[in-house]
Design a protein around this ligand. Structure first.
Ligand code: CU
Length: 158
């Protein structure tokens, strides 16, 4: 008397389990790829080629310089200005493109950031190269340019 082999009966569930595993892995991969594509598509495309770190203080000026800080960038740069308030006061960052004169409110045509006051979370003010103008200009905080928050930015033809 022969007993029927039990192998086929055992193979079937094993095969089906493997199939289920493949499908689960495929679904997980699709979800991960889909999420990555979504996140990437939501991310702004600004890529800085130059990053400037500026700490603002109503009594010490920009980066603890009173009216004397100067730096230059290239006209072709995408500039990221990383702004922090070192005294917790409300500041902004303005480039006096219109008439090279600090004022409050800034003159029409000046490039004006949002206000910032955090001493720990930097505010990135991104300036695409298309918004840069050739020349040397004052930059300032519209609330404290009278107490030292003025500097100079030169935008070079490069
Ligand atoms: Cu200020």
């Amino acid at each position: 008397m022969t007993t029927p082999s039990t192998a086929p009966a055992e193979m079937k569930p094993a095969k089906s389990n493997r199939m289920t595993l493949y499908i689960a892995v495929a679904v997980i991969v699709i979800i991960i790829v889909g999420a990555a594509v979504y996140v990437f598509s939501q991310t702004p495309t600004f890529t800085p080629t130059r990053t400037i770190y500026l700490n603002g203080s109503s009594t010490k000026g920009w980066n603890n310089t009173l009216n004397t800080l100067s730096f230059s960038v290239n006209k072709s740069d995408n500039v990221r200005v990383v702004l922090l308030s070192t005294d917790g006061s409300l500041h902004d960052f303005v480039i006096a493109f219109s008439n090279n004169a600090p004022s409050s409110p800034p003159s029409a045509g000046d490039l004006v950031s949002k206000d910032f006051s955090s001493t720990s979370v930097p505010y990135n003010f991104d300036i695409p190269s298309s918004q840069l103008q050739l020349g040397t200009f004052k930059f300032y905080c519209q609330y404290h340019f009278n107490t030292g928050m003025v500097g100079s930015i030169t935008i070079k033809n490069a």
